[in-house]
Design a binder for this molecule. Structure first.
Ligand SMILES: Nc1ncnc2c1ncn2[C@@H]1O[C@H](COP(=O)(O)OP(=O)(O)OP(=O)(O)O)[C@@H](O)[C@H]1O
Ligand SMILES: [Mg+2]
Length: 274
């Protein structure tokens, strides 16, 4: 590794630490309390739980792909996922995106019980699944980027932040994964920091936002928390808060917005027993 990369790496560790420390100033005890309350009511009636989980799945797949520009509505997403239908007049690409994201979601739901320790393999697999239906049809340079780190620069439109040079990605990812695995008994901050970290490194040519949202949810599920669904109706707030965090690592707007979404999921779970 060349010497001019090393300072950047320790800068990234400092950045993660600064953000994590700033988030300690936000009181999350009421979420921990709600989590304990939820656990006290388990097990939930199986059919009601299944119905709620189906709803959350469609909500997550719809919102996360809509943020990325997918044109399918919530109802259309449900038709595609639950009835296997296609929606006439909507692009094939949008259907494949929905299916791929759902594959990624089902993957995190299938592994979360054994995913307390995060690994690079899991993150790459999430990305591969999101794009699996594009493997044969995409232009060659994109197809090679499925489930692999980028080998070219990327730019975030509308942002002043330029993601790091691709040469640094493997080492930055190691730093991120080690940092996250070092956080114990602080699931919420850990999961939300994982989202920030992936958005910052932007390790893929495309699909960074979707991978970051699934990764965050994997870490929440692995500790028994409900998922965070980043709602498309607050897309601008979401993007602005990520931008603000890059301008000022002590800004807590992104963390607070994520916990607002968490509250919405807690409220849905509460309807199972109150
Ligand atoms: N200023 C910013 N700093 C860091 N990350 C950002 C910033 N603005 C946006 N992002 C992240 O980058 C994502 C977009 O990256 P990319 O196009 O690779 O992901 P995607 O999954 O294809 O699309 P999307 O995230 O819009 O669904 C956003 O969703 C957000 O998570
Ligand atoms: Mg994109």
């Amino acid at each position: 590794m060349s010497d001019n990369i090393k300072p950047y790496l320790s800068d990234f560790q400092t950045l993660l630490q600064t953000i994590y420390t700033a988030w300690q100033t936000v009181d999350i005890t009421h979420f921990e309390k709600q989590k304990r309350e939820l656990d006290a009511h388990r097990p939930f009636p199986p059919l009601a739980l299944k119905s709620l989980e189906g709803r959350l799945e469609v909500d997550e797949v719809h919102n996360s792909t809509a943020i990325e520009g997918n044109s399918l509505t919530l109802g259309e997403t449900a038709l595609v996922l639950q009835k296997g239908l296609t929606v006439s007049g909507k692009p094939l690409k949008d259907h494949l995106e929905i299916k791929g994201y759902d594959d990624g979601y089902r993957y995190i739901k299938s592994i979360y019980q054994s995913a307390h320790t995060l690994s690079e393999k899991i993150i790459l697999e999430i990305h591969r699944l999101i794009f699996r239906h594009f493997e044969n049809g995409l232009e060659k340079e994109y197809a090679e980027g499925i489930g692999r780190y980028r080998t070219m620069p990327v730019y975030i439109s509308g942002s002043e932040f330029v993601p790091p040079n691709y040469i640094k990605i493997p080492e930055l990812m190691n730093i991120l994964i080690d940092f996250l695995n070092g956080i114990k008994n602080d699931c919420l901050r850990r999961a939300i920091l994982a989202h920030f970290g992936l958005a910052h490194i932007h390790p893929f040519t495309d699909g960074n936002g979707r991978s970051a949202r699934l990764l965050m949810n994997l870490l929440l599920l692995s500790e028994g928390y409900p998922i965070i669904i980043v709602k498309n109706d607050r897309r601008a707030k979401y993007i602005n808060s990520l931008e603000a965090l890059h301008q000022n690592p002590k800004d807590t707007a992104f963390f607070k917005l994520m916990t607002d979404f968490l509250q919405e999921s807690f409220d849905l779970y509460k309807s199972l027993y109150s």
